[in-house]
Design a protein around this ligand. Structure first.
Ligand code: UDP
Length: 326
């Protein structure tokens, strides 16, 4: 049986990945320090509660299992926090990732799927953003992701460690079966916050700026369903296992939706009035971020199944209402 280590498998995207890997017939081992994830989100496989800073535990883990590949979802993801506490981000997202990579090299494990981000591009020079777009991250979070991408290229050169970097645009939605979903604490992402305003859990949603150079003045993002992201991971893994070279792909639907459109569709899906307060712009928010994912579609035969915003929000709403009902 092909054995995959999923680091950060108790988190939002990682937990959906574990479910998909198990369904596909892989043996799954999850390593997570539960700093942002939840033990009950890991629906199967073996679970190891540990931190990537803990090298002896990592060494024991790699001695105990013969991994065929590693997927790495465990990183801090809040842009604002990364500006206030860069050390925290560099320690976890870079130093701890190096621990993982060095352990892999030592134990001859050479297939790696890395969760990267659209934040590596910084302020877009053009949209849709393809893989060639200049990488000029404008915050420590984005820099941490871009640095690891470059380090991975060095590890390929030096140690033949093959990797695929997947640059997510706006991960959204939830397990279509309603078993898993997004549970960040604190929650900062638009769709869950809009849905909490719909359910009455929050009094309103604050719209960060209404004076951008977009059709309705609010920021435009490319929302991509969490299961479609996981599908891209699965395809990437299969590619590496069949001998493919290292690569990097941008993952989005190629279609932008504004904050206003997200609120409108959420009202339609939930049938609730969503109170909106217009706030200040959030520092570091580009007006428009949309992916060009043609390369992933061509090379991985990736074909998003849930590209429709209404479907993405419906799945998120199904999860949100389930959480509220305990
Ligand atoms: N946003 C907003 N209000 C919120 C949270 C987010 O208006 O309470 C906007 C944010 O400015 C951005 C978009 O929603 O334009 C998506 O933000 P999110 O934090 O979900 O993802 P990001 O684009 O930062 O990765």
């Amino acid at each position: 049986m092909t054995t995959i280590l999923v680091v950060g498998g108790a988190g939002y995207i990682g937990s959906h990945m574990v479910k998909m890997l198990l369904r596909t017939g892989y043996q799954v081992i999850v390593l997570d320090n539960l700093s942002g994830g939840y033990r009950d989100a890991v629906i199967g496989g073996d679970f190891v509660w540990a931190d990537l800073a803990d090298r002896p535990t990592l060494a024991r883990l790699f001695k105990g299992y013969q991994f065929d590949g590693v997927m790495h979802f465990a990183s801090f993801i809040e842009v604002g926090e990364s500006v206030r506490h860069p050390g925290k981000y560099y320690q976890n997202n870079i130093a701890n990732t190096l621990n993982l990579l060095d352990t892999m090299v030592k134990h001859d494990v050479n297939k790696f799927i890395f969760s990267s981000s659209a934040a590596i591009f910084g302020e877009p020079q053009y949209t849709p953003i393809d893989e060639q777009h200049i990488k000029h991250p404008i915050n420590p979070y984005g820099r941490s992701k871009w640095l690891i991408e470059q380090i991975l290229s060095d590890y390929d050169h030096a140690h033949q460690l093959k990797s695929i970097c997947l640059r997510y645009f706006n991960a959204a939605g939830a397990d279509p079966e309603g078993q898993l979903g997004e549970r960040h604490s604190p929650e900062t992402h638009l769709i869950p916050l809009v849905l909490r305003a719909a359910s009455g859990q929050h009094s309103h949603i604050t719209m960060f700026g209404q004076d951008y150079q977009t059709t309705d003045g609010t920021c435009v993002r490319d929302y991509v369903h969490v299961n479609d992201l996981c599908q891209a991971h699965l395809l990437s893994l299969e590619h590496l296992l069949s001998g493919a070279n290292s690569a990097a792909y941008n993952l989005g639907n190629g279609q932008g939706f504004s904050v206003q459109q997200v609120i409108d569709v959420s009202q339609e899906v939930t049938g609730r009035e969503i109170p909106v307060v217009i706030g200040e712009r959030r520092p570091g928010d580009p007006a428009k971020l949309v992916a060009d994912s043609k390369l992933a579609q061509q090379k991985l035969a990736w074909s998003p199944q849930y590209a429709d915003l209404k479907t993405i929000i419906s799945h998120a709403w199904q999860w949100e209402t389930r959480c509220q009902n305990g």
